[in-house]
Ligand binder design. Structure first.
Ligand SMILES: Cc1cc2nc3c(=O)[nH]c(=O)nc-3n(C[C@H](O)[C@H](O)[C@H](O)COP(=O)(O)OP(=O)(O)OC[C@H]3O[C@@H](n4cnc5c(N)ncnc54)[C@H](O)[C@@H]3O)c2cc1C
Ligand SMILES: NC(=O)c1ccc[n+]([C@@H]2O[C@H](COP(=O)([O-])OP(=O)(O)OC[C@H]3O[C@@H](n4cnc5c(N)ncnc54)[C@H](O)[C@@H]3O)[C@@H](O)[C@H]2O)c1
Length: 475
């Protein structure tokens, strides 16, 4: 039995931040990782997907500037897919986590390679990579940061066809000629765009409902759908797979559709959402349901566990499946754990999660990018706010139309009329990602419109859309 102050299970971005922060405060800390330190985000999600999307995005941007010409780089296409995949490999450190392991070591965190499982209060059993068992006991806290896993819908033949998930899509070795994508959410849109841009001849998206990106403002999904269609992606709405057949492993896939008809492709990607990785975590040993997201309070403490020693942060608690939110929650949990271990006040600023309640910021890295923070209009109305909405076409901003011919974009602000603050902001435009943080500050800090009026955007930047929104509001 080995005793530490804090045990963290899962060395994704969330677990690493939690472990690093409690260790920096002087608590002895161990982190258990069954695959690669760095987690899904570093090797099979955020980082490789953005490495695949960046050249596609840039090619779109260059194509909009008169006087610049894209030369054929690979097989007559402007993007050399093989070179892009090689850069992706470098971005994921060739799936080697030695650098992360070194960082954990330098941060004073002990890395145990193996699968962790709760075995009663403050106790974690680890099945190590070499098949042995180690028992870890925590003086103060156990933090669950095990992330999430892709959902494979129960479609006949789908699992047996060994579909791609985010792992195979972001780790693609040869871009398929024909790809079918199940889903119309973030992964589906980003990966459809990447594969088409990298040279897939046919990309077909099967979207169960009528729209893409349904958690965002409706105009976001509409703009992305328009753009994907212009790039040649075939978006089938109100359509689902009924049966999937792949007679030869790795061979052609045939998808029978619920509306009748079939599609034949070289690969099928499932992007139908994710569920918390709680399945084999031993949660029943501490009185929690064995599956589903772990319910937490605003200090990330599992609400269903007595004595407050168990915390859950990141994808595993289901609050917001985003790296930056997992890392934020990890900072909240770590600071609370340290304060409680020292017997200090545990409610100082920064020790309670406010950002999830305000609405997590998110960028969907399609072209156009979808950048949103806070509540959508529909959410704000459903919550009973006194809502007023202002919108503005971003191509009318000088900084916007200077960026390229045919530049199109739209901004929407959801205002709480009672307090004259922003409840939510969405920008849908090429290259708008860096505009988002200003909106995040305004929404999270509750800056009034009257104060924003004095925050002058430089001319001619796309940021002038802020001024236009305030003028549209009536200031
Ligand atoms: C294709 C794709 C693209 C994405 N792009 C973005 C993006 O651009 N921006 C963004 O903010 N978010 C993005 N996300 C979401 C982001 O990847 C997740 O929110 C993030 O990885 C969550 O971090 P985490 O540390 O909570 O979990 P994870 O990154 O999943 O890490 C969990 C770790 O725990 C380990 N683990 C699990 N169970 C055990 C166990 N029992 N014992 C030991 N170890 C265990 C796993 O091996 C893993 O290393 C993307 C997701 C996908 C699928
Ligand atoms: N840029 C980013 O920030 C980024 C990028 C990728 C993923 N992520 C995160 O990863 C998470 C997972 O992404 P995702 O795209 O898998 O999930 P999602 O929730 O965004 O989309 C899931 C899609 O699958 C569809 N779907 C669900 N069940 C289905 C079924 N049985 N049959 C057919 N379609 C079905 C939904 O209607 C939806 O269109 C997201 O919550 C997102 O926050 C973030």
């Amino acid at each position: 039995m080995e005793v530490f102050d804090v045990i963290v299970i899962g060395a994704g971005p969330t677990g690493e931040v939690a472990a690093g922060r409690v260790a920096a405060a002087g608590l002895s800390t161990v982190i258990v990782e069954s695959e690669l330190a760095g987690g899904e985000c570093s090797y099979w999600a955020c980082m490789p997907s953005k490495a695949l999307l960046r050249p596609v995005d840039l090619a779109g941007e260059v194509g909009r500037v008169t006087g610049l010409r894209l030369e054929g780089a690979g097989e007559g296409r402007p993007i050399d897919a093989a070179a892009v995949l090689a850069r992706r490999d470098a971005v994921v450190s060739h799936y080697d986590d030695a650098g992360q392991a070194r960082w954990l070591d330098s941060a004073g965190v002990t890395l145990v390679r193996g699968t962790g499982r709760l075995a009663g209060p403050r106790r974690v059993e680890v099945t190590t990579s070499d098949g042995g068992t180690r028992t870890l006991v925590a003086n103060h806290a156990v933090v669950l940061a095990t992330g999430s896993r892709p959902v494979i819908p129960p479609v006949a033949g789908l699992a047996a066809a060994e579909p791609w998930t985010n792992r195979e899509a972001t780790g693609v070795r040869a871009v398929p000629e024909r790809l079918v994508v199940i889903g119309g959410g973030v992964v589906a849109c980003e990966m459809a765009q990447a594969m088409r841009g990298l040279g897939a001849r046919e990309v077909t998206m099967l979207v169960r409902g009528g729209e893409l990106l349904t958690r965002m403002e409706p105009f976001a999904g509409e703009a992305v759908a328009r753009s994907l269609a212009e790039q040649g992606v075939d978006i089938r709405t109100h359509e689902s797979a009924e049966k999937v057949e792949r007679p030869e492993p790795g061979g052609e896939v045939t998808v029978r559709l619920t509306s009748g008809g079939t599609i034949t492709a070289d690969e099928i990607l499932v992007a139908a959402g994710r569920r918390s990785a709680t399945g084999d975590l031993g949660l029943a040993s501490v009185g929690l349901p064995e599956s589903g997201p772990i319910e937490v309070d605003e200090s990330m403490r599992a609400t269903g566990v007595a004595d407050g020693w168990l915390y859950a942060a990141g994808d595993v608690n289901g609050l917001a499946l985003l790296t930056h939110m997992g890392k934020y929650q990890a900072r909240v949990a770590a600071d609370v754990i340290v304060a409680r271990a020292r017997g200090e006040a545990d409610d100082r600023p920064g020790m309670r999660d406010r950002a999830d309640r305000a609405g997590a910021p998110q960028v969907v890295f399609t072209d156009p990018q979808v950048c949103a923070v806070g509540r959508t209009e529909a959410q704000a109305r459903a919550e009973g706010f006194d809502v007023r909405v202002v919108e503005y076409d971003m191509e009318q901003v000088a900084g916007g139309y200077l960026l390229g011919d045919g530049y199109r974009g739209r901004a929407k602000a959801v205002v709480d009329e009672r307090r004259r603050v922003l409840l939510g902001v969405t920008f849908v435009a090429p290259g708008a990602a860096e505009l988002l943080h200003a909106a995040t500050i305004a929404v999270t800090a509750g800056v009034t419109l009257d104060d924003l009026w004095h925050a002058i955007p430089a001319y001619p930047t796309v940021g002038e859309v802020w001024l236009r929104l305030l003028e549209a509001y009536g200031l």
